[in-house]
Design a binder for this molecule. Structure first.
Ligand code: AMP
Ligand code: MG
Length: 346
């Protein structure tokens, strides 16, 4: 397939106009959002949705998120709109919060992987909103990566995975949040199935106590079923090993320096994900600064791009664990999965 590439800045109307028609005709469009790039299709057309699964190599039992351009567009997609959803939509939409509730008959089973619930989000990114409006239908979209790889947050990483697999790609530059949306189930007690830019603390400030699904920070136990099907798959895996060091910044750095030296003796190429606070511990070693430990959103913003860029020619990446608070919960969720839960503690 020949992929048509548009630039969101210089070919604004043209790009979303063409892409909107492609979506209506059952095709695939990669588009920028504030979280990560999405691979979209007409969310009301089961056959078009199936093409997403094929293009990504995504298991069919992992449901997709429907993206809408205005709050009232959620109405026909859910059985009804519960009061708590209205409160959350008013507080956080448009933005990186996906809400799960009972689906209506309009939503095809291909989107929900046969579940009786559907995930919906209104993104904030102007190009994403313009595309959804141009398409005139909700857009079903997972992240625009090949299944299992880190989600793409810039156009180079999109092209790596999706050139030749989508009809249209819209280049919107780097994504601001850098990790996928927070997924909150509103069936029963509000539960975070996947943490993201809208934090547990922010949600609790509006609706009170919110649960966090066990699978967010822990590998699934034998025989345990995931509240969210996506949680059971290996995710965000770069082309090298990732090892997480747990402890205070000083002791995490000590673990990393010790393991780095050992790995180097074995002839391995090593890389460290350092932070502003810890970079001085790693003098003489290969490291990149991926953000500020006190501003975990900065770590989220660069994690996926760093996993892709730094895994090239690298055998092992060492990264510090940070407290799983605020955006740190999303960061640790992605980092632990990228490492296959390989954690070293003193
Ligand atoms: P992605 O499309 O890659 O951003 O992933 C969407 C995430 O939301 C995956 O982890 C899905 O398993 C999860 N998800 C989507 N719809 C539902 C649903 N109806 N119930 C539970 N989890 C869902
Ligand atoms: Mg994904």
């Amino acid at each position: 397939m020949k992929t048509e590439l548009f630039n969101a800045k210089t070919q604004k109307e043209n790009g979303t106009g063409v892409a909107g028609r492609v979506i209506r005709a059952g095709g695939l469009v990669v588009f920028p959002t504030e979280t990560v790039y999405g691979l979209g299709a007409n969310g009301l057309d089961g056959e078009a949705v199936n093409r997403i699964f094929e293009a990504k190599g995504r298991p069919n039992d992992n449901p997709l998120i429907l993206h809408i351009a205005k709050k009232s567009d959620v109405k026909p997609l859910w059985k009804h709109v519960p009061d708590i959803a209205r409160t959350l939509m008013d507080a956080f939409w448009p933005g990186p919060l996906t809400l799960i509730y009972l689906k209506s008959d309009l939503v095809p089973d291909e989107v929900t992987a046969g579940l009786d619930t559907v995930a919906v989000r209104m993104p904030e990114h102007k190009t994403a909103l313009a595309l959804i409006r141009a398409a005139g239908v909700p857009i079903a979209a997972p992240s625009a990566n090949l299944s299992g790889k880190p989600s793409p947050t810039n156009i180079d990483h999109v092209l790596e995975d999706m050139d030749g697999r989508a009809d249209v790609i819209i280049d919107g530059g780097p994504c601001a949040v850098g990790v996928e949306s927070t997924v909150l189930s509103l069936v029963g007690q509000p539960t975070i199935l996947r943490p993201g830019g809208i934090t547990k603390e922010m949600l609790e400030g509006v609706i009170g106590s919110v649960k966090v699904a066990n699978a967010v920070l822990h590998p699934l136990g034998e025989g345990e079923t995931a509240a969210s099907p996506g949680m059971k798959y290996r995710h965000y895996a770069p082309d090298c090993d990732v090892i997480v060091a747990q402890g205070s910044p000083r002791s995490a750095a000590a673990i990393i320096n010790r393991e780095y030296a050992k790995a180097e003796l074995e002839g391995k190429n090593c890389m460290i994900f350092a932070t502003e606070q810890t970079k001085s511990y790693y003098k003489g070693k290969k490291y990149v600064i991926i953000g500020d430990r006190d501003l975990p959103g900065t770590l989220c913003a660069s994690l996926f791009a760093a996993l892709r860029d730094e895994s090239e020619g690298t055998d092992v990446i060492f990264a510090e664990a940070i407290p799983a608070e605020r955006q740190g919960l999303a960061y640790m969720n992605r980092l632990l999965r990228a490492s296959g839960f390989t954690v070293l503690t003193d």
